[in-house]
Design a protein around this ligand. Structure first.
Ligand code: ATP
Ligand code: MG
Length: 281
């Protein structure tokens, strides 16, 4: 059996300032994130994605239910450091995550605060920068870098903590297409080569399509959970909760409505082209 690195059990959440009659922002979320997996979370604005992310490393504690990180209850205050070391968090705006004036100092910041010794620290910073493909910028000023590069520095800063899981909340939302691809490729490499579990929240269907598992949220509930190929076939359901499907699936869906026999699970452009070619061949 695969091991869960994060487990949420019937998690309910209400913001304290919202009042007792405010609707639950998370309403019974039970998810088990397998160690080593690459999970994408999709959902309309306000569906509770960021709130869920923040419940995954004890930034927030659930109002009801339980979250376990590597088996540790996130409500266990005495083990907060372990929890934060196990699950690292990357946010949308790279500018808010950069704390130093030199790239390598920025990457060193969190592990140094954790008390990692200088020699180890050097090693970790070098490795983290190499992993995100930013070694040659070690001595540069972060504010002069592009958005995508800054976000990779932010990811390196998290990686230098040697987490087993990273949760990224719309890490590409502020980036141009090149920066987006760079960041996505970096995240994929961390997952495939280092076995780091990835949970990525995104509004981009093409990013979600690259995950091993896709979780769809609506009004604080998980309404779909499965392989992207399977979840994206539920075109009507997704449309009903304000989401679109990838262009490939949209096209295949239209063809099917015209009575053309194509599969709905040809997600990549190559697969989609091949499926259409076959249908007309
Ligand atoms: N600090 C807060 N205090 C009170 N309510 C909040 C707070 N943060 C978020 N909310 C509310 O909780 C709900 C879920 O918000 P959340 O940010 O988790 O959604 P989201 O899925 O991440 O949305 P988006 O796609 O816009 O990032 C929304 O209705 C939002 O208005
Ligand atoms: Mg959000």
């Amino acid at each position: 059996m695969m091991k869960s690195i994060i487990e949420t059990k019937d998690v309910r959440f209400r913001y304290p300032d919202a009042g007792q009659d405010a609707p639950l922002v998370l309403d019974g979320v039970s998810l088990s994130i397998e160690e080593g997996s690459f999970v994408a979370v999709l959902g309309h604005n306000g569906s509770g994605k960021s709130t869920l992310a923040k419940n995954m490393n004890a930034i927030y504690l659930p109002s009801g239910g339980t979250v376990y990180v590597d088996g540790i209850d996130t409500a266990d205050e005495g083990r907060l450091m372990e929890i934060r070391r196990t699950v690292g968090m990357v946010f949308q705006n790279p500018d808010n995550q950069i704390v130093a004036n030199v790239v390598e100092e920025d990457v060193a910041f969190a592990p140094e605060n954790l008390g990692v010794e200088q020699e180890q620290l050097r090693l970790r910073v070098d490795q983290a920068l190499a992993l995100v493909g930013m070694s040659k910028y070690a001595k540069h000023a972060p504010h002069l870098l592009s958005g995508g590069q800054k976000q990779r520095i932010a990811i390196a800063g998290v990686i230098a903590m040697e987490p087993r899981c990273i949760v990224l909340d719309e890490p590409t939302a502020m980036l141009d297409p090149i920066g987006r691809e760079d960041v996505l490729r970096t995240i994929t490499r961390l997952n495939r080569e280092k076995g780091i579990t990835v949970v990525i929240i995104t509004h981009h269907m093409d990013e979600a399509a690259r995950a091993d598992r896709l979780v769809v949220m609506d009004h604080g509930k998980v309404i779909a959970d499965g392989h992207p190929k399977e979840v994206f076939q539920r075109v009507e359901e997704l449309t009903a909760v304000g989401l679109t499907v990838p262009e490939t699936v949209g096209l295949l869906d239209q063809l099917r409505q015209e009575g053309i026999d194509v599969p709905l699970d040809a997600l990549s452009v190559e697969e989609c082209a091949e499926a259409i070619f076959k249908a007309f061949g």
